[in-house]
Design a protein around this ligand. Structure first.
Ligand SMILES: N[C@@H](CCC(=O)N[C@@H](CS)C(=O)NCC(=O)O)C(=O)O
Length: 206
């Protein structure tokens, strides 16, 4: 049996989350190595000097160390739900850029020396763009879930969790439904399985 790709991952990292979602949908059999960001294993650092997760190491030694590249690589191999038909790079860039900027400054104001409520308002304004789409469609790119939903959802999940009561009372019904549907999905449950911290010698599959 051919060796499986290895994914260095951190369960709660939104970038690693979206990579795991795509690997699961693509049914890529892969070894998941749960790392601690404060104690990254030498094997991860040797694979990618960027030292971020996720990192996918292919059996031929090739390394993919950007989450979106991992998603697209997986789906190019096998895309049973046609996730690549919904790859809205501009929407994902707005999430990864401005939305993530405000999310971090809302979630960790002490780290950034910021006013969390100002950043919450700025992030919420960006979420209205998603709401507009979700008012007319169940998913961001139409009537089926796609790469764009999986790429953005982990960040909206983080945003919602900072103050759940506040989030739930915002006029964002389409977005709230979209998030709840994904959080309740068997796919998300599988992506969030807990694994003990990896060290050489132990192996866990997707
Ligand atoms: N652009 C990268 C970002 C990955 C990233 O920043 N991951 C965070 C964890 S959520 C990380 O590994 N940070 C390094 C650290 O905390 O040491 C990607 O999409 O894969």
């Amino acid at each position: 049996m051919a060796a499986a790709p290895i994914l260095y991952s951190f369960r709660r990292c939104p970038y690693a989350m979206r990579a795991r979602l795509a690997l699961l949908i693509a049914e890529i059999d892969c070894e998941i190595r749960e790392v601690r960001l404060s104690a990254k294993p030498a094997e991860l650092l040797a694979a990618s000097a960027k030292a971020t997760v996720p990192v996918l190491v292919l059996p031929d030694g090739a390394v993919i160390d950007e989450s979106l590249d991992i998603m697209r690589w997986a789906l190019r191999h096998n895309d049973p739900e046609s996730w690549l038909d919904g790859d809205d790079a501009a929407l994902i860039a707005a999430n990864d850029g401005p939305f993530k900027h405000h999310l971090d400054r809302y979630k960790y104001p002490e780290r950034h020396g910021t006013d969390p409520l100002a950043h919450r308002a700025a992030a919420a304004a960006l979420l209205s763009d998603l709401e507009q789409r979700l008012a007319g469609n169940p998913w961001l790119c139409g009537d089926r879930r796609s790469l764009t939903d999986a790429a953005i959802m982990p960040f909206v999940r983080q945003f919602a969790a900072v103050d759940r009561v506040w989030f739930d009372t915002q006029p964002l019904p389409g977005l709230q439904r979209w998030l709840a549907t994904q959080l309740a999905s068997p796919l998300f449950g599988r992506a969030m399985v807990t694994r003990p911290q990896w060290h050489p010698g132990i192996e866990f599959k997707t």
